[in-house]
Design a protein around this ligand. Sequence first.
Ligand code: SAM
Length: 240
Amino acid sequence: MASIMKSLIDNDERYVKAFKLFLDRSTQHQSMTNFIHGTVSDILESLGDGKDKLNVIGVGSAGGEIDLEMFSQLRQKHPSITVDNQVIEPSGEQVENYKVLVSKTADLDNIKFTWNQKTFHLPFSIPKYTFKYKRQLATYPGQYFSMDDIKGMLDSKGISYRSYQMPSYLDISECFVEGNANGELLLDFLLLVEDFSRTAPVEMKEGVLEMLRHPDCSAETDGKIIFNNSIEALVLDPLP
Ligand SMILES: C[S@@+](CC[C@H](N)C(=O)[O-])C[C@H]1O[C@@H](n2cnc3c(N)ncnc32)[C@H](O)[C@@H]1O
């Protein structure tokens, strides 16, 4: 039977709700914030190279919390630098959230924000637990690649980079409670499929749950199933 799975990206309201729940159940933003205050802050120190203006593109900035955290560090390191920041974000709700956050945040007068409510067309980077099903998932049209593919591409072009790991954890216990609305929403976010629990073929749903629970991906702690959601960041070195 043909797949009736739909991309979560096309359902703005549910995507935003799912992302909020994901942030609530994960240490991701805390982990990124730590990374920004440590490693990124050090990198920003050497950035700019005497320039008085930087051009920045934020692709998929959502509500802007992480981007503004970086700008705050940038301002601390280079108080007089100005920034032309192009925000590319398909969700109208998130663009509005970002604008509200900007209006409430001090010390952003050095940044010019240009809002582009649109999708950036690029091949998809997909998480490991979806590899087996990548051809069936409605959200992965065309090309997709893994982090290893990106590194291979950079290596082949002779572009040097540094890789950083940000440890991050996600409580996925609710995904294993049949009919649990939060669990279903989290699964939607992890697979990027709207209503995955109801629309995915049974074999795929069982396979994904099995993979998520596998010791390679998760550990049981205090009765909770904690998914290792570590993030890898690549920082490209300037061309000589
Ligand atoms: C997981 S959220 C991450 C948000 C933010 N970068 C953060 O770390 O908090 C991904 C964001 O990318 C946006 N997005 C998804 N596909 C996109 C695309 N093709 N082009 C631009 N943004 C996209 C989504 O709307 C969502 O706001």
